[in-house]
Each structure stands twice: as structure tokens, then as C-alpha cells.
Design a protein. Structure first.
Length: 296
């Protein structure tokens, strides 16, 4: 019976929401309220089925707004649970969110919107969370259909020649035993294709196109960007016992830090970085009883 009620509610939104949304050139108050309510319901609904059903409606409604160029500059500040980023040149926007499930896992969703000034339109790319099928994750470049899903909380623009790379710091709740954080890279090639992962990291270790950190669920692992120092600073992880080095559920910060420093369009690895940084609540995203407040 409950599934029937949810189905009717989903059908109602699907039928009537688009008419509300496009009744004028900019989003009206009612359409924004509906989007806001849906975004909160996704986190609060009781069953995974209900969450996925409401998310499908929310995703379609948001996409309908984003494909219309007249909405490109609208801040969508009403969507408090959605991470929203805009590039410095106001040409690229990212909308990103997650859904928590009853088994302690999560799904991740994102749209990337790129302005096309020549044609006075926008290109909308959906990032599809496909991490379960990805191989050689830290050394590969993927298309938007093969995304390592995460909830991003920081964006750092990197200029390398004429190419702009968007370095993204993100959180992945993974499961009941471990959390993960990621340093990923998003960019557009000469054919206007969206790609993820790039060779802009330099270290003595094997070159990588993204960095993934997995650690104990209750650990407080920090991955932050220090704008003044132009450094991504993060805790060094170690197993609580040498016999557990291959079990990520027992990896925790050991009190030291490493970093990537931005130099000439590259992230240069620095071991044992002298970091006296405060733990930042905006960087945690590991307790989801409270509604996340992503970076704007």
C-alpha cells in the first residue's frame, strides 16, 4: 500500500512539476519550494525504494532547469543539501548530492553544466556513479558515464597552459566499516568531452591521475585545501598494527601530514608536511544524521 502511495506522489510530481517550473523565465517561488522539499525528502524517506523514486523525480526536475540557459546563473541557494560550485570564469557549474541507504551504503549523483556562449546554450553532463565496475581507479581517465561517485566539498581550479583542470575534494561513505575521500580531476578536452582523472600529480611514487584514501569509519581523516599555501593537506594514514596493513577498516591518521603543493599547473607531492591546521567540520561528511551543508 505504501509503495502505491509513493508511486502516485511520484506521478504527480512528474506530470505537474514541469508546468510549474516553466511558467515564467526564471524559477518561481513554488517551483523552488518543490525542488527544496524533494531534496530533503530524499534524505528522510524511510525506505530505499522511496528515496530512489523521489530522487528520480528530483533529478529530472533539476535537469529541466539546468538545460535552459536562462537558469544558468541562478544560484539555487534553496537547495541546502546539494553541493554547488561555479568556476571562476562563470562558465562551468557543478551540482552534486548523495543518497544514504539502509545498509550503510550511499549513491552519488551530479550534473555538470558548461556554458556554450557561441550558441547561447548550455551543455549538461550527468555523472553516473559506476565505481563498482571501475578498474585501475587511481591511474585511469574516465568519461562521465564511469564516475567514481562522491559528495564534493571543495573545488580548486588549476591552469596548465591553455587547459583548465578542476581539482575536486570529495567524500564517499563507502560502507559500515570504512569511509573514503578522494582527490579527483574534472576537465573538458578539445572536443568538449567531459573527462575525469588527469596526469597533473607529480611524486616519487608511481604517477597517478587521482588519489583515493580509505580509512576506519570512526576515524577523523582530514583532506583540506589551504588557499594561502596553495596546498592540499591531508592526514597520513597508518594501520593500528603492522599485521593489519591490508585491512582498511584499521587505518587511521598517525599524527603526521602529507600534501600536494600547486606549482606551475601541477600538484607536487610533499611528504611529512608541517601542517598545524584545525580539523574542519566542513570537511567531514561522515556523520549523516545531520543534513550536510556543502561548500558554496
Amino acid at each position: 500500500m505504501k509503495k502505491i502511495i509513493v508511486t502516485y506522489r511520484v506521478l504527480f510530481f512528474c506530470v505537474f512539476f514541469p508546468f510549474i517550473l516553466f511558467s515564467q523565465e526564471t524559477p518561481n517561488a513554488q517551483s523552488l519550494i518543490e525542488l527544496q522539499q524533494l531534496s530533503h525528502q530524499i534524505l528522510k524517506e524511510g525506505t530505499d525504494y522511496e528515496k530512489d523514486s523521489l530522487n528520480a523525480v528530483f533529478k529530472n526536475s533539476l535537469r529541466s532547469s539546468l538545460v535552459n540557459a536562462i537558469f544558468f546563473s541562478y544560484p539555487f541557494d534553496e537547495l541546502k543539501t546539494i553541493a554547488r560550485f561555479t568556476s571562476a570564469d562563470k562558465q562551468v557549474r557543478i551540482f552534486n548530492w548523495h543518497i544514504p541507504y539502509s545498509d550503510g551504503t550511499f549513491s552519488y549523483h551530479a550534473f555538470v553544466v558548461k556554458k556554450n556562449n557561441a550558441e547561447n546554450k548550455v551543455n549538461v553532463f550527468e555523472l553516473t556513479d559506476n565505481k563498482a565496475n571501475l578498474k585501475n581507479i587511481e591511474n585511469s581517465t574516465f568519461k562521465n558515464t564511469h564516475w567514481f561517485g562522491a559528495h564534493y566539498y571543495n573545488l580548486i581550479e588549476v591552469k596548465n597552459g591553455k587547459q583548465t583542470y578542476f581539482t575536486l575534494l570529495g567524500w564517499d561513505g563507502n560502507n559500515l566499516l570504512t569511509n573514503r575521500k578522494i582527490i579527483d580531476v574534472l576537465y573538458f578536452n578539445s572536443n568538449n568531452e567531459l573527462l575525469l582523472g588527469a596526469s597533473i600529480f607529480k611524486s616519487k611514487q608511481k604517477p597517478q591521475k587521482r588519489y583515493l584514501f580509505e580509512y576506519a569509519d570512526e576515524a577523523n581523516f582530514t583532506l583540506n585545501y589551504n588557499e594561502k599555501e596553495k596546498c592540499i593537506i591531508f592526514d597520513h594514514l597508518s594501520p593500528i598494527s603492522s599485521s593489519l596493513k591490508d585491512v582498511k577498516a584499521y587505518h587511521v591518521p598517525d599524527g603526521s601530514f602529507d600534501a600536494f603543493k600547486l606549482e606551475k599547473g601541477k600538484w607536487i607531492f610533499i611528504s611529512d608536511y608541517d601542517a598545524r591546521l584545525e580539523k574542519n567540520i566542513k570537511d567531514k561528511f561522515y556523520k549523516l544524521e545531520k543534513t550536510p551543508q556543502p561548500e558554496k
